[in-house]
Design a protein around this ligand. Structure first.
Ligand code: ADP
Ligand code: ZN
Length: 522
């Protein structure tokens, strides 16, 4: 509690906050959980707030920082976002500044002078800047009224975007013990939330988790057939003037797809971390201003992107966690008008994601087993038959959610395929073939197809699943991977093969305890 800053009678109230909302920002009412967050901060509590992307997290710290005497510190990982916010605040007459590596000594000194002289309401810092000893030393001697930590999930190994530079933010509470710490994020499951509180030493923080519902967003998952570019063009042909984001798994992929789209008459640009900063900035500005309609991007694009009229988010390649998916697809339809999220996927995508995590481990990143499980969890949802929003929202800890009625799985309600039996057949074959196989070889084997007689045609499981279509067998095999029964490796460093992974899970599949249910398949 920050009792030293005010007596209770002095403390600004929610009606003061509402007045500021109107007079400074021009809005009539708080949205969603904004008022609960602001009230808790004004009362001096530490707060962990999980608000959906576009939910208006910035106001949650801007208004208390303006109202409370002293300086509000905001730690955010994105320099571009900080610049935008500072400019927008200054335009509204709020005294805000940011400190980052692009500024020269003179500029920095001016900012410090202003802060010391009580002429600043808000100071934005990157975590790296915050961690510098002389910065901490100066801040400690100021009257700080609030420390806001944006994208707070970056401090947690359980989060989907752990950033080592966030680690040192664990000192915040010790440095500013009597000041409310406000941790904000758009995505954090219960485990990540507990982890954030522990890492920031704000165990008593008020937890405010808003609903993850996005009623205007319709979701769909599509297995890739042929080139994804062709499917995407078909998908967006009817909305040529609409703004959209297309996520690709590789830099090269973004450039190729953007080029293909341009040839088809779409206004599209690529965006990834390998492009020069100036080019990225230009493309971002063109997109935000509506001059360029489609951003074909890697995940380097997005955190903090504030564009309300994005009509579609397409994943040309799937993300590898529910958190990443929800954050990315959540950039569509922030204006509340109908918007869609379509995610393409195929066999091999999960294997690829898992191998990249192993690679990172080999390069010295700490154990990735949590991230790997997140990837499997996500693909269980992708390949499964539950309502998409129900699946996402219950993943984030919401209870008692009704099916959305608009997602692909809801639209085929009542129709699903239990693929446990074909999965058991595939697994027996894998067991009897005594070693990993390519997906196609394995499926051909259980279908009884062979390129001439070899030992595999004499194995009992040859032709065992003739009654099923290749489509059903493919989906069943993918589900086995998502549930961790099998895993994909590379044969001779290039050819993906699948092999048995976890004997306990295999047993549970054979016993029928693990049932694999897919959407209706033909
Ligand atoms: P987040 O950081 O949660 O993604 P922002 O803080 O960038 O979201 O806010 C998203 C948009 O919503 C901004 O344009 C912001 O000005 C607007 N906004 C925030 N709160 C309100 C409100 N109470 N009423 C109307 N618009 C709001
Ligand atoms: Zn649904």
């Amino acid at each position: 509690m920050s009792a030293d800053l005010f007596t209770i009678a002095d403390a600004p109230s929610l009606s003061d906050a509402e007045a500021t909302l109107k007079s400074v920002f021009g809005y009539d009412a708080f949205r969603g959980q904004q008022s609960s967050v602001i009230t808790a901060v004004l009362q001096g509590h530490d707060v962990l707030a999980v608000l959906p992307t576009g939910g208006g997290k910035s106001l949650c710290y801007q208004i208390p920082a303006i109202l409370r005497p002293g300086l509000g510190i905001v730690i955010s990982p994105l320099i571009a976002l900080m610049s935008d916010q500072v400019q927008a605040l200054e335009a509204r007459g709020v005294r805000a500044a940011k400190l980052d590596s692009t500024q020269n000594l003179g500029e920095r000194n001016d900012i410090w002078d202003a802060a010391r002289g009580g002429q600043l309401d808000l100071l934005y810092l990157s975590p790296e800047a915050f961690n510098q000893p002389f910065v901490l030393d100066r801040l400690r001697r100021m009257k700080v009224n609030l420390v806001a930590i944006d994208e707070a999930h970056c401090i947690s190994q359980w989060g989907h975007d752990f950033r080592p530079e966030y680690r040192t933010l664990g000192q915040v509470k010790a440095l500013f013990p009597s000041v409310p710490t406000l941790a904000l994020t758009a995505t954090a499951d219960a485990h990540t939330r507990a982890d954030i509180k522990a890492a920031l030493h704000i165990d008593d923080a008020v937890e405010i988790v808003s609903t993850f519902d996005r009623p205007n967003l319709s979701l769909r998952f599509v297995r890739r057939k042929g080139t994804v570019a062709k499917s995407i063009i078909e998908l967006i042909a009817k909305q040529k003037g609409a703004s959209g984001i297309i996520y690709c798994g590789s830099r090269d992929g973004t450039e190729k797809l953007a080029e293909t789209l341009r040839k088809e008459g779409f206004s599209a640009a690529a965006y990834h971390a390998g492009l020069p900063a100036k080019m990225r900035e230009e493309r971002l500005t063109a997109f935000l201003g509506g001059k360029s309609k489609i951003m074909v991007a890697t995940i380097a694009f997005g955190m903090g992107i504030n564009k309300a009229d994005v009509r579609f988010v397409i994943h040309a390649d799937p993300p590898s966690s529910m958190e990443a998916y929800w954050q990315e697809v959540g950039r569509a339809g922030r204006d509340g008008n109908p918007a869609s999220g379509v995610c393409f996927y195929n066999s091999g995508d999960l294997g690829w994601a898992l191998r990249r995590m192993t690679l990172r481990e080999n390069e010295g990143t700490p154990d990735q087993s949590i991230q790997k499980q997140k990837a499997r969890d996500f693909f269980q949802m992708v390949l499964g038959q539950d309502c998409r929003k129900q699946a996402v929202r219950s993943y984030f800890g919401e209870e008692g959610i009704n099916p959305c009625g608009t997602c692909d799985n809801c639209l085929t309600r009542g129709k699903s395929s239990d693929v446990t039996e074909p999965a058991q057949m595939l697994m027996s074959a894998l067991y009897r073939l005594n070693g990993p196989r390519g997906r196609k070889k394995l499926i051909d084997h259980v279908l009884g197809k062979a390129n001439g007689p070899d030992f595999t045609t004499r194995v009992q499981t040859f032709g065992i699943a003739k009654a099923y279509t290749p489509n059903v067998l493919t989906h069943a095999l993918d589900l086995c991977e998502a549930y961790g029964v099998i895993e994909e490796t590379l044969w001779q460093e290039k050819m993906p093969i699948v092999g048995l992974r976890d004997p306990a899970l295999l047993k549970s599949l054979f016993r029928g305890d693990l049932r694999l249910i897919a959407p209706a398949l033909r």
